[in-house]
Design a protein around this ligand. Structure first.
Ligand code: OGA
Ligand code: MN
Length: 272
């Protein structure tokens, strides 16, 4: 079956159909990798796929990282479970609760991941949408003066969400943190992408605190405008794969009375 790539009616994203990880040729994998570079987010609908095939599909985009937490819902160490479900009072996965502000995954590390795939298994009736902001378009549409101002700037990005230690919030350099350029270049395309986020960017280096806060807020307000954002409303079986350099992502709120279960494969910044 031929692979089709259909751009979404949105500021980023394309729907892929006809890709079978069990019979994929190198040319098939190149087709979807190139589409990923162009559209930043790929959506597959109605995939009936096991954990091994989900990992194999994700290998089209780069190397695969091991999950940090082992879930009782999978036997594989490269599947991360994102869920609010509890078994015997214990969470079966990570990121259980409701709304999440815009962020890049692992941006508190020196080499953040290149992307990730999420596969929707159980979806709440309301909410729990995943939103993707096109950070390439967000950069492109900045004024020339702002682009000039951002040249050479670096920001401190820290992992503070999920933290229960108030002292970590006081000094982000006490927890996991990393410095990254405010404008990243995506090696495969040469495109520039804005790299600041509401959740994880703490400050711009070498700038007074007030000015740094104002600049981060201004850039986040710009990037989070609906004209740059695709909001994915999940259906069971969807697989959504995002480029973690070209996009920032967020999650809308959902009720803790409803179950939400996703399987995730993290794509390293290695490979093609
Ligand atoms: C993630 C994440 C969003 C979601 O897996 O990194 O941010 O919709 N997930 O669960
Ligand atoms: Mn995330």
């Amino acid at each position: 079956m031929a692979i089709t790539v259909k751009p979404l009616d949105a500021p980023l994203g394309a729907e892929i159909s006809g890709f079978d990880p069990r019979h994929a040729t190198p040319a098939d994998r190149k087709t979807i990798f190139d589409a990923w570079m162009k559209y930043h987010v790929l959506v597959v609908h109605g995939a009936v796929i096991d954990d091994a095939d989900l990992v194999d599909y994700s290998k089209s985009f780069g190397g695969i990282e091991k999950a940090r937490f082992k879930s009782p819902l999978t036997t594989r160490d490269d599947i991360m479970v994102i869920s609010n479900i509890r078994q015997d009072g214990k969470l079966v996965g990570s990121l259980p609760d409701g709304e999440m502000a815009f962020h890049f995954d692992r941006i508190h590390q020196t080499t953040p991941c290149r992307g990730a795939s999420l596969h929707g298994i159980e979806i709440p009736h309301e909410g729990g949408d995943t939103c993707f902001a096109n950070m390439v378009l967000a950069y492109d549409t900045l004024s020339d003066a702002m682009k000039k101002r951002l040249e050479g700037l670096t920001a401190l990005n820290a992992f503070t969400y999920g933290s229960t230690q108030p002292e970590m919030k006081g000094d982000p350099t006490k927890g996991p943190h990393a410095f990254h350029p405010v404008v990243r270049v995506i090696p495969q395309t040469g495109r520039k992408a804005l790299c600041v986020s509401r959740l994880m960017t703490e400050r711009i280096e070498g700038m007074p605190e007030k000015e740094s806060r104002a600049l981060i807020d201004e850039l986040c307000d710009h990037a989070e405008q609906p004209r740059f954002v695709y909001q994915h409303k999940w259906k069971v079986g969807d697989i959504v794969t995002w480029d973690n350099r070209a996009t920032a992502h967020a999650r809308t709120d959902f009720s803790d009375k409803e179950r939400r279960l996703m399987k995730r494969v993290t794509i390293e910044d290695t490979g093609p």
